[in-house]
Design a protein around this ligand. Structure first.
Ligand SMILES: Nc1ncnc2c1ncn2[C@@H]1O[C@H](COP(=O)(O)OP(=O)(O)OP(=O)(O)O)[C@@H](O)[C@H]1O
Length: 845
């Protein structure tokens, strides 16, 4: 291939490249990913970047986008150098990326995801109308207040594209943007690309879909083994040329020959009905591959998942190799040799932090074990056999699977399914993100599997893939079989035609089953609001507190006496400040075990610094104590952010160290506080202490800030740190701030408790760590970060303080002070888990 001239006619000055990479190299642990890359992309052109899985395309674009630091070389965006590896700087210079794995933050709403990605200078008011317009541009019809976790794969991809386009970039990188999109959505993306290039934007298009590349790109650059092999104008290339450029050699036919004979029936599905489909019949004969097709959302995905034991089935029969198969659970079908390749590899297909070897063997460990112990040598042998046909590119089998390129991850899933000699292989988009060479190998392996007697069912949104691979294709529409195509009838046109024709006539079918995901609410009903809102659990806690107050008062009327209420609210204030701080850390995905000891240390410091001097003396003493607390927060922040220690380890170390320091300063109670401090908790308006009012104001303000830019950064960090950083969020800074704020919260609580007890008691404080965490969990915050509500946590603190207080009024044993909050915590967590569809509290992170 020859490099085509990119220069403009001699009279016009050469245009400044929209993106210029000069001598860029990068290695991971000594393994080169890209080497000495020189690339120029011009304004208003679509420049395709093609290459095998692991060739280095995403790495190169990560460097251009500032989310990866190059080892050598320079990046220029619109003539200006990217002086540091900073996504925020790359955005500022005019480069936006649509990542292969969308940088979407599940715990934030659709609107918040847009606001986080696009600086206010690029938005117009009113902001909701602006956001709606961005979504309309990419054809995404979802509620702005929906959590991103509610979106389907294609919708997430469209949101990712919408975010990037909304940045009005000079260079737009699209990394495999259409892998999860339907044909209609692909067309829309192409129209958008045309619109953008017409306005002068340069588009870099990465894809394994040769037809798309040919259609959309002006020039094509090939990358192989991290090295640029050349650039050519698309018009000068045939499909075969492009395939050869990618693979490095000519390929024979991509699809293996079909199987014309009608063998024995391996799989027979009769009248299968369930959520999203009805009366589905399917027959898979020996040697033949069955395809499932349809316009997205017409039940085909539900059918394949139901066969894998992942859906709900209400009627029908499945017979596999002559024996009835109960498709009740994934475990059940797996024991009959059914293997499933899911469409979303990141959330369902892989254990990102386990090695390639562990991911490969996880489904058949018993077969590799002797007396219950897995033999590593047998495991290695099995992996070597399993990966033989799929050319997985990884530094070794021991590297974590998340370090593999997207296509290579997909190959690991495929190889794993093949290792166990399945009786039925169910593939949902088996070649998503896989390069053209490996795709051919996968088709070949599927064909061999079918020839060996396994039943093979393939769901694909690519009609050309189904037409090339399958002997029989079942097309679904509105959850019902719309067409069964066999042998010569299986063509791309017939599949697409059957899917479209039946969709267009669907309005006749009033009782058509609706796929479950289609039932997603638009967010206007109270139940949906409660599910999406972070504040709903707090309201529930408040209601519980009211019930508890009524019950206790009916038994002991003095419970609501002024004195008790005041004491109760002071206790709530101390716990509340600790819990607000704890929530800030939890929101970043961390935890602060040192909060209790910091509270204790504050009391001890006050017992030296606030023993006299009236208001001035107390204020000075309190400031010193808060400074000490903030110092501990900084220490935690340093260990977590700079030292990279897990928060639980870092703050446990501080817990022990601070407790030791406290005992060193005072081993027994001593140091009487100044009377001014003693009076502090009891300045009140009626029965309500001023400090409680301060706490409420702080919680309300914090909640407002949480929904603003700073708070979004905090929640984004906890929701998905890497994605947040790609969007330019300074997650280290947000995390550090959270630890300092947590310690300050504990410090303020220490001042309140010091005012209550009046003396430096070294045993105070420690218990506040767990009670503070309890308040946070009760209030429905996600312990994995990203979600929570400050007023909700306050309600949690109030309820906990009331439980402790009311149990003595009710004459309950002290044990109830532990059992009640413990039980409540379990109930609250279970409710939140179910309400969020089993996602956030359990953590899909
Ligand atoms: N974080 C990482 N740690 C170690 N190795 C990595 C990491 N990220 C990428 N690599 C390696 O760098 C190489 C290039 O990967 P990259 O993701 O850039 O490939 P790609 O061309 O985008 O592939 P695909 O088409 O599959 O998306 C691969 O060998 C991959 O395993």
């Amino acid at each position: 291939m020859t490099e085509t001239s990119t220069s403009a006619p001699a009279t016009a000055p050469a245009p400044v490249p929209a993106l210029r990479l000069h001598g860029v190299s990068k290695s991971y642990a000594g393994n080169p990913a890209v080497t000495d890359v020189h690339l120029e992309v011009l304004p208003a052109e679509v420049h395709a970047l093609v290459g095998e899985n692991g060739a280095g395309k995403s790495t190169l674009m990560g460097i251009a986008a500032g989310s990866l630091a190059a080892d050598t070389g320079t990046v220029e965006i619109a003539g200006q150098e990217l002086t540091s590896a900073s996504p925020a700087l790359a955005h500022e210079l005019g480069l936006a990326v649509v990542y292969q794995h969308p940088a979407i933050l599940d715990d934030l709403t659709v609107l918040e995801n847009l606001l986080l990605a696009v600086p206010s200078a690029r938005r117009t008011d009113p902001v909701k109308a602006w956001a709606r317009a961005q979504l309309d541009r990419v054809g995404l019809d979802v509620d702005l207040s929906a959590r991103a976790s509610e979106l389907r794969t294609a919708e997430r991809q469209l949101l990712e594209i919408g975010k990037a386009v909304a940045l009005q970039p000079k260079v737009l990188v699209l990394d495999e943007p259409t892998e999860s999109l339907t044909q209609d959505q692909v067309e829309r993306v192409f129209a958008l690309v045309a619109e953008l290039t017409a306005a002068g934007t340069a588009v870099i298009y990465i894809s394994h879909r040769i037809a798309e590349v040919r259609r959309v790109a002006d020039r094509i650059t090939t990358l192989r083994n991290g090295i640029i092999r050349g650039t050519a104008a698309t018009g000068t290339l045939t499909d075969d040329d492009i395939v050869e450029m990618v693979v490095g050699r000519a390929l024979e036919a991509v699809f293996p020959p079909k199987h014309p004979d009608q063998g024995d029936v391996g799989l027979r599905v009769t009248g299968l009905s369930g959520a999203g489909f009805r009366d589905v019949d399917l027959v898979c004969r020996r040697g033949r591959i069955v395809g499932l097709a349809g316009v997205e959302g017409n039940g085909q995905r539900e059918v394949i998942r139901a066969l894998a034991g992942l859906g709900s089935v209400s009627a029908g029969e499945v017979v596999l190799q002559g024996e009835p198969l109960t498709v009740s659970t994934p475990g059940h079908v797996a024991r009959r040799g059914v293997r499933f390749i899911p469409d979303d590899r990141t959330s369902e297909g892989l254990f990102a932090d386990l090695s390639v070897r562990e991911n490969m063997t996880v489904t058949h460990l018993p077969a590799l074990a002797r007396a219950g112990v897995v033999s590593t040598s047998r495991e290695r042998e099995a992996v070597a056999v399993g990966t033989a046909g799929t050319s997985i590119r990884a530094a070794s089998d021991e590297v974590e699977v998340r370090t593999l390129s997207g296509g290579n991850q997909q190959k690991v899933i495929f190889a794993r399914a093949m290792m166990t000699e399945p009786t039925l292989l169910l593939c949902d988009e088996p070649t998503r993100g896989v390069d053209v060479g490996a795709r051919r190998e996968i088709y070949q392996m599927l064909r061999e599997l079918a020839d060996d007697g396994a039943s093979v069912v393939v769901l694909s949104s690519d009609a050309a893939e189904l037409a090339g691979l399958c002997d029989d294709v079942t097309v679904l529409s509105a959850g019902r079989v719309a067409a069964q195509l066999h042998d010569d009838e299986v063509t791309e046109q017939a599949i697409t035609g059957a899917a479209l024709r039946s969709v267009h006539s669907r309005h006749d079918d009033a009782d058509a089953p609706v796929a479950p995901e289609k039932k997603r609410s638009r967010g206007r009903d109270p139940l949906t609001w409660a599910r999406r809102s972070d504040g709903a659990p707090g309201l529930l806690l408040l209601a519980l507190a009211v019930v508890l107050a009524i019950v206790t008062t009916s038994r002991t009327p003095t419970f609501l006496g002024e004195l008790n209420v005041q004491g109760l609210l002071v206790a709530t204030t101390a716990l509340g400040f600790v819990a607000l701080g704890q929530l800030t850390v939890v929101m970043t995905g961390g935890i602060d075990l040192s909060a209790g000891p910091v509270l204790g240390l504050t009391i001890i410091v006050l017992s030296f610094t606030a023993t006299d001097g009236g208001t001035v003396g107390v204020v000075t003493g309190a400031l010193i104590a808060l400074a000490v607390a903030a110092g501990v927060g900084l220490l935690n922040a340093g260990m977590v952010v700079l030292g990279g220690l897990p928060p639980i380890v870092a703050t446990l170390a501080t817990f022990v160290a601070v407790q030791g320091l406290t005992l060193l300063l005072r081993s027994t109670p001593g140091g009487l506080m100044d009377p001014t401090l003693l009076g502090l908790p009891y300045h009140a308006i009626g029965p309500v202490p001023i400090i409680f009012i301060v706490l409420v104001v702080v919680a309300v303000l914090a909640e407002r800030l949480l929904r603003g830019a700073g708070g979004r950064a905090l929640r984004a960090t906890g929701s998905h740190r890497i994605a947040a950083e790609r969007l330019g969020v300074r997650s280290g800074r947000a995390t550090a701030a959270a630890y300092v704020l947590s310690s300050l919260g504990a410090g303020l609580a220490g001042i309140v408790v010091a005012g209550q007890i009046g003396i430096g008691d070294p045993t105070q404080g420690v218990s506040y760590t767990l009670t503070g965490i309890t308040a946070v969990v009760l209030a429905g915050a996600s312990v994995y970060g990203g979600r929570g509500s400050y007023p909700g946590v306050l309600a949690g603190a109030l309820l906990l303080a009331m439980l402790s207080n009311a149990s003595s009024f009710l004459g309950l044993d002290q044990a109830w002070q532990y059992w009640l909050p413990g039980g409540l915590m379990l109930v609250a967590t279970a409710i939140a888990f179910r309400a969020r569809g089993g996602q956030t509290v359990a953590g899909a992170h």
